[in-house]
Design a protein. Sequence first.
Length: 286
Amino acid sequence: MTTKPKKIGLIQVDGKMPNLVLLKLDKFYSDQGCQVTYIDISSHEFDQIFASKVFVAGSGYDLQAKLPPEIEEVVPDYDKFNLNYAFGFTSRGCVRGCEFCIVQPKEGYFHEVSYEWTNGEKRVLLLDNNFFLSKIWKEKLQYFIDNKVKVCFNQGLDIRLIDDEKAEMLSKVNYRDDHFKNRRLYFAFDSPEIKDIVIEKVALLAKYGIKRNHLMFYFIINFNTTFEQDYERFKILDGLGVMPYPMLFDKWHAAQKHKDFMRWIIKRYYKLCSFEDYLVKVRKQK
Protein backbone atom coordinates (compact mmCIF):
# COMPACT_ATOMS: atom_id res chain seq x y z
CA MET A 1 0.00 0.00 0.00
CA THR A 2 1.46 3.32 -1.07
CA THR A 3 1.56 5.99 1.62
CA LYS A 4 0.73 9.47 0.48
CA PRO A 5 3.51 11.99 1.18
CA LYS A 6 2.98 14.17 4.21
CA LYS A 7 1.74 17.63 3.26
CA ILE A 8 3.54 20.61 4.81
CA GLY A 9 2.28 24.18 4.44
CA LEU A 10 4.56 27.18 5.00
CA ILE A 11 3.23 30.73 5.16
CA GLN A 12 5.27 33.93 5.07
CA VAL A 13 3.14 36.55 6.78
CA ASP A 14 5.42 39.58 6.43
CA GLY A 15 8.77 40.80 5.21
CA LYS A 16 10.01 41.49 1.69
CA MET A 17 12.97 39.13 2.03
CA PRO A 18 12.45 35.37 1.93
CA ASN A 19 12.04 33.97 5.43
CA LEU A 20 15.17 31.98 6.31
CA VAL A 21 13.35 29.78 8.82
CA LEU A 22 10.75 28.78 6.23
CA LEU A 23 13.42 28.07 3.63
CA LYS A 24 15.17 25.72 6.07
CA LEU A 25 11.90 23.99 6.95
CA ASP A 26 11.16 23.59 3.25
CA LYS A 27 14.51 21.92 2.59
CA PHE A 28 14.30 19.70 5.69
CA TYR A 29 10.84 18.33 4.93
CA SER A 30 11.37 18.12 1.17
CA ASP A 31 14.41 15.91 1.80
CA GLN A 32 12.15 13.62 3.81
CA GLY A 33 9.84 13.21 0.82
CA CYS A 34 7.12 15.52 2.09
CA GLN A 35 4.99 17.63 -0.21
CA VAL A 36 5.81 21.21 0.75
CA THR A 37 3.65 24.14 -0.29
CA TYR A 38 5.08 27.61 0.27
CA ILE A 39 2.52 30.41 0.42
CA ASP A 40 4.10 33.86 0.26
CA ILE A 41 1.72 36.71 1.09
CA SER A 42 4.47 39.18 1.95
CA SER A 43 4.28 40.93 -1.41
CA HIS A 44 0.66 41.99 -0.84
CA GLU A 45 -0.45 45.12 0.98
CA PHE A 46 -2.83 44.65 3.91
CA ASP A 47 -4.01 46.91 6.70
CA GLN A 48 -4.27 43.87 8.97
CA ILE A 49 -3.33 40.21 8.74
CA PHE A 50 -4.95 37.47 10.80
CA ALA A 51 -2.91 34.28 11.06
CA SER A 52 -3.85 31.05 12.77
CA LYS A 53 -0.96 29.49 14.71
CA VAL A 54 0.02 26.14 13.25
CA PHE A 55 3.31 25.67 15.09
CA VAL A 56 5.21 27.60 17.74
CA ALA A 57 7.92 29.63 16.04
CA GLY A 58 9.02 33.18 15.41
CA SER A 59 9.94 36.21 17.47
CA GLY A 60 6.44 37.64 17.14
CA TYR A 61 5.11 34.69 19.12
CA ASP A 62 7.89 33.71 21.50
CA LEU A 63 11.38 35.17 21.92
CA GLN A 64 12.64 31.83 23.17
CA ALA A 65 11.34 29.77 20.24
CA LYS A 66 14.14 28.12 18.28
CA LEU A 67 14.42 25.63 15.46
CA PRO A 68 15.61 22.13 16.37
CA PRO A 69 19.38 21.78 15.66
CA GLU A 70 18.79 19.36 12.78
CA ILE A 71 16.72 22.04 10.99
CA GLU A 72 18.81 25.04 12.06
CA GLU A 73 21.87 23.50 10.38
CA VAL A 74 20.07 22.97 7.05
CA VAL A 75 21.27 24.98 4.05
CA PRO A 76 18.19 26.04 2.04
CA ASP A 77 17.64 25.17 -1.60
CA TYR A 78 18.06 28.70 -2.97
CA ASP A 79 17.56 27.62 -6.59
CA LYS A 80 14.03 26.50 -5.78
CA PHE A 81 13.14 30.12 -5.00
CA ASN A 82 15.18 31.62 -7.84
CA LEU A 83 17.50 33.34 -5.37
CA ASN A 84 20.89 34.29 -6.75
CA TYR A 85 22.40 34.78 -3.31
CA ALA A 86 22.79 32.90 -0.03
CA PHE A 87 21.90 34.41 3.31
CA GLY A 88 22.30 33.57 6.95
CA PHE A 89 24.34 34.17 10.09
CA THR A 90 28.04 33.85 10.86
CA SER A 91 27.35 34.94 14.45
CA ARG A 92 24.35 35.46 16.72
CA GLY A 93 23.51 37.67 19.66
CA CYS A 94 24.94 40.99 20.84
CA VAL A 95 26.41 42.66 23.93
CA ARG A 96 24.74 46.06 23.61
CA GLY A 97 21.36 45.37 25.21
CA CYS A 98 19.58 48.31 23.55
CA GLU A 99 16.14 48.90 25.07
CA PHE A 100 14.33 48.88 21.73
CA CYS A 101 16.03 45.69 20.45
CA ILE A 102 15.02 42.04 20.94
CA VAL A 103 18.32 40.51 19.78
CA GLN A 104 19.85 39.91 23.21
CA PRO A 105 16.65 38.58 24.87
CA LYS A 106 16.14 36.25 21.90
CA GLU A 107 19.68 35.17 20.96
CA GLY A 108 21.67 35.91 24.11
CA TYR A 109 25.14 37.40 24.22
CA PHE A 110 27.36 37.32 21.19
CA HIS A 111 28.52 33.90 20.00
CA GLU A 112 29.94 32.45 16.82
CA VAL A 113 28.05 30.09 14.54
CA SER A 114 29.26 28.17 11.51
CA TYR A 115 29.64 30.13 8.30
CA GLU A 116 30.34 27.13 6.09
CA TRP A 117 27.09 27.95 4.27
CA THR A 118 28.99 30.81 2.57
CA ASN A 119 31.47 28.41 0.89
CA GLY A 120 31.40 28.74 -2.88
CA GLU A 121 28.78 31.48 -2.86
CA LYS A 122 29.48 34.63 -4.87
CA ARG A 123 26.72 36.69 -3.27
CA VAL A 124 26.20 36.59 0.49
CA LEU A 125 23.67 38.51 2.54
CA LEU A 126 24.70 38.53 6.20
CA LEU A 127 22.12 38.70 8.98
CA ASP A 128 24.67 39.08 11.79
CA ASN A 129 23.53 41.53 14.45
CA ASN A 130 27.02 42.80 15.32
CA PHE A 131 29.55 41.37 12.87
CA PHE A 132 32.64 43.11 14.27
CA LEU A 133 32.21 41.62 17.74
CA SER A 134 33.56 38.41 16.24
CA LYS A 135 37.14 37.50 17.17
CA ILE A 136 37.55 36.11 13.67
CA TRP A 137 36.05 39.07 11.78
CA LYS A 138 39.33 39.47 9.91
CA GLU A 139 39.27 35.84 8.77
CA LYS A 140 35.73 36.24 7.47
CA LEU A 141 36.44 39.47 5.60
CA GLN A 142 39.62 38.02 4.11
CA TYR A 143 37.62 35.07 2.79
CA PHE A 144 35.17 37.45 1.09
CA ILE A 145 38.03 39.52 -0.33
CA ASP A 146 40.05 36.55 -1.60
CA ASN A 147 37.02 34.90 -3.21
CA LYS A 148 35.63 38.13 -4.68
CA VAL A 149 32.32 37.65 -2.88
CA LYS A 150 29.69 40.39 -3.04
CA VAL A 151 28.60 40.95 0.56
CA CYS A 152 25.58 42.71 2.01
CA PHE A 153 25.80 43.55 5.73
CA ASN A 154 22.03 43.75 5.84
CA GLN A 155 21.56 44.24 9.60
CA GLY A 156 24.18 46.96 9.81
CA LEU A 157 27.65 47.27 11.29
CA ASP A 158 28.45 48.87 14.65
CA ILE A 159 29.99 52.26 13.86
CA ARG A 160 31.51 52.36 17.37
CA LEU A 161 33.73 49.38 16.57
CA ILE A 162 35.26 50.81 13.40
CA ASP A 163 39.00 51.47 13.61
CA ASP A 164 41.80 51.85 11.07
CA GLU A 165 42.28 48.11 10.58
CA LYS A 166 38.57 47.42 10.06
CA ALA A 167 38.09 50.43 7.79
CA GLU A 168 41.02 49.40 5.60
CA MET A 169 39.75 45.83 5.24
CA LEU A 170 36.18 46.97 4.58
CA SER A 171 37.46 49.14 1.73
CA LYS A 172 38.68 45.95 0.02
CA VAL A 173 35.37 44.10 0.41
CA ASN A 174 32.88 44.19 -2.46
CA TYR A 175 30.10 45.43 -0.16
CA ARG A 176 26.64 45.85 -1.68
CA ASP A 177 23.06 46.76 -0.87
CA ASP A 178 20.44 44.05 -0.37
CA HIS A 179 19.83 43.88 -4.12
CA PHE A 180 23.57 43.40 -4.75
CA LYS A 181 23.37 46.33 -7.09
CA ASN A 182 24.74 49.48 -5.46
CA ARG A 183 27.74 49.91 -3.18
CA ARG A 184 26.38 50.12 0.35
CA LEU A 185 27.44 49.77 3.97
CA TYR A 186 24.80 49.98 6.68
CA PHE A 187 25.30 51.54 10.13
CA ALA A 188 23.11 52.99 12.89
CA PHE A 189 22.90 56.31 14.73
CA ASP A 190 20.28 55.41 17.31
CA SER A 191 21.45 57.63 20.16
CA PRO A 192 22.29 61.35 20.07
CA GLU A 193 25.09 60.52 22.52
CA ILE A 194 27.26 58.94 19.81
CA LYS A 195 27.17 62.02 17.57
CA ASP A 196 30.92 62.67 17.85
CA ILE A 197 31.70 58.99 17.22
CA VAL A 198 29.58 58.96 14.05
CA ILE A 199 31.31 62.07 12.72
CA GLU A 200 34.76 60.68 13.56
CA LYS A 201 34.15 57.21 12.09
CA VAL A 202 32.60 58.48 8.85
CA ALA A 203 35.79 60.50 8.33
CA LEU A 204 37.87 57.42 9.14
CA LEU A 205 36.04 55.31 6.54
CA ALA A 206 36.52 58.08 3.99
CA LYS A 207 40.25 58.09 4.79
CA TYR A 208 40.44 54.54 3.39
CA GLY A 209 38.49 55.36 0.23
CA ILE A 210 34.98 54.38 1.33
CA LYS A 211 32.77 57.04 -0.22
CA ARG A 212 30.30 58.79 2.03
CA ASN A 213 27.44 58.15 -0.40
CA HIS A 214 28.12 54.42 0.07
CA LEU A 215 27.01 54.73 3.70
CA MET A 216 23.44 54.40 4.94
CA PHE A 217 22.64 55.17 8.56
CA TYR A 218 19.50 53.87 10.22
CA PHE A 219 18.31 56.03 13.11
CA ILE A 220 15.40 55.16 15.36
CA ILE A 221 12.75 57.81 15.95
CA ASN A 222 9.69 58.02 18.19
CA PHE A 223 11.41 56.01 20.94
CA ASN A 224 13.16 57.92 23.74
CA THR A 225 14.10 61.11 21.91
CA THR A 226 12.30 64.33 21.12
CA PHE A 227 11.40 65.28 17.58
CA GLU A 228 14.05 68.00 17.77
CA GLN A 229 16.70 65.39 18.61
CA ASP A 230 15.53 63.18 15.76
CA TYR A 231 15.71 66.11 13.36
CA GLU A 232 19.20 67.01 14.60
CA ARG A 233 20.46 63.49 13.87
CA PHE A 234 19.03 63.74 10.37
CA LYS A 235 20.81 67.08 9.83
CA ILE A 236 24.10 65.61 11.04
CA LEU A 237 23.85 62.65 8.68
CA ASP A 238 22.78 64.80 5.75
CA GLY A 239 25.65 67.17 6.49
CA LEU A 240 28.10 64.28 6.46
CA GLY A 241 26.98 63.32 2.97
CA VAL A 242 25.65 59.89 3.97
CA MET A 243 22.17 58.45 3.43
CA PRO A 244 19.84 58.87 6.45
CA TYR A 245 17.12 56.26 6.99
CA PRO A 246 14.69 56.84 9.90
CA MET A 247 13.15 53.80 11.57
CA LEU A 248 9.83 54.46 13.28
CA PHE A 249 9.73 52.59 16.60
CA ASP A 250 5.97 52.36 17.05
CA LYS A 251 4.07 53.14 13.87
CA TRP A 252 0.71 52.37 15.45
CA HIS A 253 0.99 55.08 18.12
CA ALA A 254 3.37 57.50 16.43
CA ALA A 255 2.36 61.12 15.90
CA GLN A 256 1.53 62.07 12.34
CA LYS A 257 4.49 64.45 12.38
CA HIS A 258 6.87 61.52 12.88
CA LYS A 259 5.25 59.59 10.04
CA ASP A 260 5.52 62.60 7.73
CA PHE A 261 9.13 63.12 8.80
CA MET A 262 9.99 59.52 7.97
CA ARG A 263 8.32 59.73 4.56
CA TRP A 264 10.03 63.07 3.79
CA ILE A 265 13.42 61.45 4.32
CA ILE A 266 12.88 57.96 2.86
CA LYS A 267 11.31 59.35 -0.32
CA ARG A 268 14.23 61.81 -0.54
CA TYR A 269 11.88 64.80 -0.58
CA TYR A 270 14.40 66.55 1.68
CA LYS A 271 16.48 66.99 -1.45
CA LEU A 272 13.68 69.10 -2.94
CA CYS A 273 12.15 71.08 -0.10
CA SER A 274 12.32 71.80 3.62
CA PHE A 275 10.31 69.71 6.06
CA GLU A 276 8.11 72.72 6.84
CA ASP A 277 7.27 73.20 3.14
CA TYR A 278 6.64 69.49 2.79
CA LEU A 279 4.13 69.58 5.66
CA VAL A 280 2.28 72.45 4.00
CA LYS A 281 2.01 70.48 0.75
CA VAL A 282 0.85 67.34 2.58
CA ARG A 283 -1.86 69.28 4.45
CA LYS A 284 -3.10 70.84 1.23
CA GLN A 285 -3.42 67.41 -0.37
CA LYS A 286 -5.52 66.23 2.55
